[in-house]
Design a protein around this ligand. Sequence first.
Ligand SMILES: Nc1ncnc2c1ncn2[C@@H]1O[C@H](COP(=O)(O)OP(=O)(O)OP(=O)(O)O)[C@@H](O)[C@H]1O
Ligand SMILES: [Mg+2]
Length: 406
Amino acid sequence: MEPGNAPLPQNVIPLFPRVTADDLNNVAERSARMLQRIRDSMLQPHPRKEPPVFPSNKVQALCGIDKTKMSNLLKAGKLPQGTQDGKGKMRRFTLAETIEWVAATLKPKKRAKGQKGKIITVGNFKGGVTKTTTGMNLAQGLALRRCRRVLLIDLDPQGSSTTLYGINPNAEVDHAQTVLPLIEGTEKDLRYAPMKTYWENLDLIPASADLFNAEFILPAQVHQGDVGFEFWQVLRKGIEPLLDEYDYIIIDTAPTLSYLTINALFAADSMIIPVVPDVLSYSSMVQFWSLFADLVNGMKRFRSKGPTKSFDSIEILISRMPNKQTAQVVRDWIRKTYGDYVCPVEIPETELARTSSTEFKTIYDMPNYDGAEAYRRIREPYDNLVDLVDDRTCRMWEHEEQQAVA
Ligand SMILES: Nc1ncnc2c1ncn2[C@@H]1O[C@H](COP(=O)(O)OP(=O)(O)OP(=O)(O)O)[C@@H](O)[C@H]1O
Ligand SMILES: [Mg+2]
């Protein structure tokens, strides 16, 4: 026996005092106070993540106007003037000002009064396939390029989306700020939860590890035998009152088939399923579809009334596409298998996309990145994705408008 592993003589083993319920309370209170202190110190200065500033050439590019058109519009005086360090120096615009320019020049189609926003769930049970990156870029892009009001719901207990907003899900998010009060039934809907973020027109319902509790709460409610309780509809019902306020509600999910993920799938008007073109991801996609189909069909049996679940659209997004022969082969399999469900936009694998996340940044956070070509390679596909999603939604809104008139 190793000397250090010799059993201690009985009389040397220390006897601890018994741990009582009061002791547990004391420790719980002490840790909550400690967490509060950590949170307070981390929140200084606030806000900790800043939106980018847009020089006038970037605003021109976003608005599709040239220098002359911009200076005419500036002279007209109706649009934000930005700031200028001196005469002849380039003007700089805040994100809010830039969005105002986009709204005035591109005039994105507005959602008609009474029409509802759209819920997009980003999901795949496979980990690391860029669900969070896709959801966050889409949310920022829709706010910037199409002047939409967007809410991102982080439904992943890992809180990766929350982290990208510069918020620490472990130290700074109280369970009352997450979707949990809705899940527990202490809140009727999610109106209590959206918080402003550093990004104009983009709100967040953050996540924390507490979200794991949903995996006990929801099945417990099922076992209590409430006849009308549909565990898979809790989130959709909670979101419903927010659909007047937001054009888009984007849900980031965990890489698991959990009760929360099921809720996100059933809440969705449309789905984006990012997939990385490697053999393992391809085979797990096959599993995903089989489970997804079973789930949607299986719920039919639970429902006594009402329509079965359907989606406006389902989009398989090939993402982190490397410039390699093997990836091209898998891409072909994906296209052959999923045909029209495959999104025409493809996101390449790039070093910039990989490293930006280590600084808690997304592509839309860094429009002034120095390497123009490296930036363009990854920014353009995201712009195309944003435009595709919004164009399709506009068509849906038009269609719904026509149906309402007919
Ligand atoms: N286009 C890209 N090129 C290279 N790396 C990328 C690209 N997009 C995202 N990544 C990196 O891939 C990793 C996984 O991305 P992300 O966290 O978005 O995946 P996820 O599906 O949300 O993961 P999880 O299943 O853990 O929630 C991150 O480190 C991210 O920086
Ligand atoms: Mg994620």
